[in-house]
Design a protein around this ligand. Structure first.
Ligand SMILES: Nc1ncnc2c1ncn2[C@@H]1O[C@H](COP(=O)(O)OP(=O)(O)O)[C@@H](O)[C@H]1O
Ligand SMILES: [Mg+2]
Length: 464
């Protein structure tokens, strides 16, 4: 039962993720210069210059750790690049800063309570940078001797001679070490490190003293100095994990394998409290540092009043990520209440927000975005086809225009054309309705449909 439920959760998440990666795969960063000014076209981003610049300021604040406890709202019409900008910010932040992205409605589809889901999302967005001293052996390989036994099952024995500029030592090798030496293809002249705790071998490069031995070393070979001093050293290693990862590893019911299966289920509040305590201790001792990451909630008007008050409280917490939210709603009802408010967000949260507006694109910008997408999808479009595609996007929506790239290129491929022509775009336009025509179509044929009542809430729903 539990396993089946978990599998379902997993599935739902995967699907949303695939869609997003696809739609924004052309975006590699915010496209800003050193003074945070937005370049008109850069890193896959086009126009929307003020919003990108503002996002750059947010990025700087995240990096300086100055913004925890606040929230950023991206507000603008559908298709003006709100999600795109959040994605760009995520890639600009780099691997070391956690970034979690979810759609507001996801809260309701997960098989856990709303507050649980939000807690988890928040803890996924807070990084803990842990410093650890580890003992390593670092030296240049003088010789590797491995004796392979005649029988396949016999234990291998071997010796490894390592040196620094000051000393040389012979190490006896066990079976596990022999395997990793063979796997890493370690040979004399390599400079390597061995982690004493895990036995992990890392090749740093080849020693300069051996540079002349090989005429045929590949271009990618890196030459390094033979290490100095003792062979055994203490080295500081730094790695970043999220609070959520620490939660999962420490929640005995699941173990760390749950990280890979996604089957994390509910984590007990006591476990979280213990971990908060432990992390606070590490901070005092200077062993760990908190890295507030970003939690992005798209379509935030889908959250209800309970979620909003939960978020508000979370922002007050000492350990809080930067919450970034996006919506395309103006004045609208706050879910779970009868009140209306700007963006459907309660006033106490609105108070904490800095708002970044996004504005509709002009024709030139649309054309640029469309041609970047064509490149990304490996589509050749004739100039005429691109012009008409831009016109269609102006009149319908950018997102519809982007959809037509894929469909019209399939149509062109079917007639074995090397390039998408105007007629292919027209054909795709006829085959696939945009929102406006689809609504028109439904209105015209309403009488023939069985369910033709117009629920107020339902008609407010937009596809994003
Ligand atoms: N400024 C931009 N530069 C490049 N691509 C963009 C830009 N704005 C939007 N897009 C692309 O257009 C599509 C629609 O934008 P999206 O970010 O989903 O809009 P929103 O979230 O505001 O409704 C996405 O595929 C997005 O990657
Ligand atoms: Mg969006």
């Amino acid at each position: 039962m539990a396993a089946a439920a978990a599998a379902k959760v997993q599935e739902v998440r995967e699907i949303t993720r695939i869609e997003r990666v696809g739609a924004h795969s052309h975006i590699r960063g915010l496209g800003l210069d050193d003074s945070l000014e937005a370049r008109h076209v850069s890193q896959g981003m086009v126009g929307q210059v003020s919003a990108r610049r503002a996002a750059g300021v947010v990025l700087q604040m995240v990096r300086d750790g100055k913004i925890a406890g606040r929230a950023v709202l991206l507000a603008g019409q559908p298709g003006t690049g709100k999600t795109a900008i959040a994605t760009a910010l995520a890639s600009a932040l780099g691997y070391d800063t956690p970034f979690t992205s979810m759609a507001g409605s996801e809260i309701y589809s997960l098989e856990m309570s709303k507050s649980m889901a939000l807690t988890q999302a928040i803890r996924k967005s807070i990084g803990v940078r842990i410093k650890e001293e580890s003992e390593i052996i670092e030296g240049e390989v003088v010789e590797v001797q491995i004796e392979r036994p005649a029988a396949a099952e016999g234990t291998k024995v071997g010796k490894l001679i390592l040196k620094t500029t000051d000393m040389e030592t012979v190490y006896d090798l066990g079976g596990k070490m022999i395997d990793s030496i063979l796997k890493e293809k370690v040979q004399s002249g390599d400079v390597i490190t061995i982690d004493k705790a895990t036995g992990k071998i890392t090749r740093l490069g080849r020693s300069f003293t051996r540079a002349r031995d090989y005429d045929a070393t590949g271009q990618q070979t890196r030459f390094v100095q033979c290490p100095e001093g003792e062979l055994q050293k203490r080295k500081e290693v730094v790695h970043t994990v999220t609070l959520h990862e620490i939660d999962v590893i420490n929640s005995r019911a699941h173990g760390f394998l749950a990280l890979f299966s996604g089957d994390t289920g509910e984590i007990k509040p006591e476990v979280r409290e213990q971990i908060n305590g432990k992390v606070a201790e590490w901070r005092e001792e200077g062993k760990a540092e908190i890295i507030p990451g970003v939690l992005f909630i798209d379509e935030v008007h889908m959250l209800d009043i309970e979620c909003f008050s939960f978020l508000n409280r979370a922002l007050e917490n000492e350990m809080s990520p930067i919450v970034m939210i996006a919506t395309n709603r103006g004045i609208t009802r706050i879910r779970g209440t009868t009140y209306k408010s700007p963006h459907g967000i309660p006033l106490d949260l609105l108070d904490r927000l800095i708002i970044i507006p996004t504005v509709p694109y002009d024709q030139k910008e649309l054309q640029e975005i469309l041609s970047i997408r064509c490149e990304e999808e490996d589509c050749q479009l004739s100039d005429e086809a691109l012009t008409i595609l831009t016109r269609i996007s102006m009149e319908t929506s950018l997102r519809y225009g982007i959809q037509l790239i894929t469909t019209s290129s399939l149509i062109a491929r079917k007639r074995k054309a090397p390039e998408v022509q105007m007629e292919d775009v027209k054909r795709a336009y006829e085959l696939f309705l945009d929102e406006g025509r689809s609504v028109q179509f439904l209105k015209e044929y309403q009488q023939e449909f069985m369910f033709n009542e117009n629920d107020e809430d339902e008609s407010q729903m937009e596809i994003n």
